[in-house]
Design a protein around this ligand. Sequence first.
Ligand SMILES: [Zn+2]
Length: 271
Amino acid sequence: MLFDIIRILIGFVLSIIIALTAHRLKSLNRSGAFGAILVGTIIFGLGGITFAVPLLFFFISGSTLSMLQNSSKRRSQKYTIRLGPRTFAQVFANGGPAAVFAIAYAIKGNPIWFVGYLACLCEAAADTWATEIGMLSKSSPVSIVSFKPMPTGQSGAISLMGTVASLAATLFTMASARIAVNFTDSIPHWPISIWFAAAYAGFVGSILDSVLGAVFQGLYRCRNCGKITEDKSHCSQKAARIKGIGLINNDAVNFISSLLSGVLALWIVAT
Ligand SMILES: [Zn+2]
């Protein structure tokens, strides 16, 4: 077991500082800040610096990209509830699976869990970058399932720009972790193939994320203004479900995809 009460306390304090800063910068709402403190304390506290670096890279890059705005992105706001300050559910969907792997690492004491942890973050970063950069694109994305044109920002819509962004996100997130390993001895200096396995699993997971988003995620039409939305309610009333499963929202899709990326990475390195 790798529990160090001092490190957990340091992780808790650092998480509070980062969450409050993000709250002030409007990247997180109040519940999102609470989620970030929870996820941050688990990951910093149990994993230390090597776990903290890729998490910070994901969080800071995602928050920065979400500040990029143009007319295409503003237009797509009516389809998605992902824009604006992140809520607890959104933070937990992106950081929860990684935290599960950090806990497994702390309990088992085996560094191989770090590969799964990193894949979870690579997936979360890929999805975030694809969304935030892809929505800036002026051209219409297509459905990952039918390849028919789709409205920008809707789950399951993919674009060339978004896909390149998600590939870049997996590689940069992986590289940030690989650099961090140079400054500690908690994680071995594995051959590069192990690191690419994490990035690859994250990228595959982000494709799965789009497929799940296209096929299973609930899509709704507002009974008042007629707008299509991923939110269950619009114009302060319940919207009509036109597609997908009501229980599966974007947060559920993100959580499942990130978790499966971690499992896939472990499966790759174990076989
Ligand atoms: Zn409405």
